[in-house]
Design a protein around this ligand. Structure first.
Ligand code: MTE
Length: 343
């Protein structure tokens, strides 16, 4: 059992606590969790380098805090030159503190509060993504060049976790379609696979068999090309905090949050449907599609309603919308598909 001190617990954690404990139980039952308790130990921060050198001007990032006083590599670095867009929900944004302290990032621990602590000294620069599989030729792209692929935009999206909670987050990023265009997939490319970093030196969770590392996610090509799908490099106008997936992660707002692979180091175009991390961990519980669907419950969590994180202790649950409220933009991609079977 994970033991948290009072100060570790964000107000928003109170209601869903049993929810993640259930997921933990599931992992243990699935056989990945032998050492799961130990994952709550803090990262041996002293063995990592201190984070003084990360003012990366080439990314258009201005460090708003003295690097010497910042304990994290990329804390509070503003992204300049992104544009506001009409993508918004009209809903209240989830407070920054909740977005950045209530996380799922098993490479840094299985509780919600651990990633913000254990990922502090993770080093998201320099960074490259390698592109492979069904492409004209394998290549790599640096994070600096990804920033140049398209103008960065703010996208305010709902994020709905399969565990029954949700947030509204102002991401900064670029359409994944722009990277795909640059990657030049060939005609065999039907799917796209996202592979996260799994560095046991920096990510203590990777030393434990809680999941089959590295974290892998995937999309069908039409889903990947949908204008709603972005690669996020920031939130709240700042470079992504480490715990949210710095320096680059996937955001697919009509799918459950686990589709949004963090700290992506490899993108592979494939002919066959990728076998994702959660499909491997629990094939009866996690499907490839993972579209938000209030009519199809997860075996342990109702999907008909959700708890909005940061809404206050007394806020009730809200109704979950089909495709997380993005049906108009994405529903046609699933015409004729049985969404109960293809969950
Ligand atoms: N990506 C990696 N590499 N490792 C993870 O454990 N967790 C997923 C997803 N991406 C995860 C990941 C899950 S379960 C969710 S709900 C979202 O990240 C949470 O994103 P957030 O912490 O920014 O809210």
């Amino acid at each position: 059992m994970i033991i948290q001190t009072k100060s570790d617990i964000a107000p928003s954690e109170i209601t869903p606590k049993e929810v993640f404990e259930n997921r933990r139980e599931f992992i243990q039952k699935a056989g990945f969790g032998l050492l799961a308790t130990a994952i709550s130990l803090p990262l041996h921060a002293a063995t990592l380098r201190s984070g003084a050198e990360n003012s990366d001007k080439s990314l258009g990032i201005a460090n708003t805090k003295s690097a010497a006083t910042s304990s994290a590599f990329n804390l509070h670095q503003k992204i300049s030159g992104y544009s506001k867009t009409t993508y918004g929900t009209g809903e209240k944004l989830t407070p920054y503190d909740d977005v950045t302290t209530y996380n799922n990032y098993y490479e840094f621990g299985t509780s919600k509060s651990e990633p913000a602590i254990n990922a502090k000294l993770f080093k998201p620069h320099p960074w490259t993504i390698s592109i492979e599989g069904e492409v004209k030729k394998n290549k790599t792209i640096s994070i600096e060049d990804i920033y140049k692929l398209a103008p960065l935009e703010e996208r305010i999206y709902r994020m709905r976790c399969v565990e029954g909670w949700s947030m509204v987050i102002p991401w900064v990023g670029l359409p994944l379609a722009q990277l795909i265009k640059w990657a030049e997939p060939n005609a065999n490319a039907k799917y796209i696979e996202f592979i996260s970093m799994a560095d046991s030196q920096q990510m203590t969770g990777v030393n434990l068999p809680v999941l089959d590392w590295p974290y892998v996610e995937g999309l069908r090509m039409d889903e990947a090309m949908n204008p709603l799908t972005i690669l996020a490099v920031g939130l709240y106008g700042e470079q992504l905090p480490n715990q949210n997936g710095a320096p680059i992660r996937l955001v697919v707002p009509w799918k459950y949050g686990f589709k949004g692979a963090k700290a992506i180091v490899k993108i592979r175009f494939t002919e066959k449907m990728p076998l994702t991390t959660w499909m491997k961990a629990g094939p009866n519980e996690y499907g490839f599609y993972a579209n938000v669907n209030p009519q199809v419950d997860h075996p342990r969590w109702t999907q008909s309603s959700e708890k909005r994180i940061g809404a206050g202790l007394f806020a009730g649950r809200i109704k979950t919308q089909m495709f997380n409220g993005y049906a108009e933009q994405v529903g046609q991609m699933y015409a004729g598909l049985d969404l109960r079977k293809n969950f």
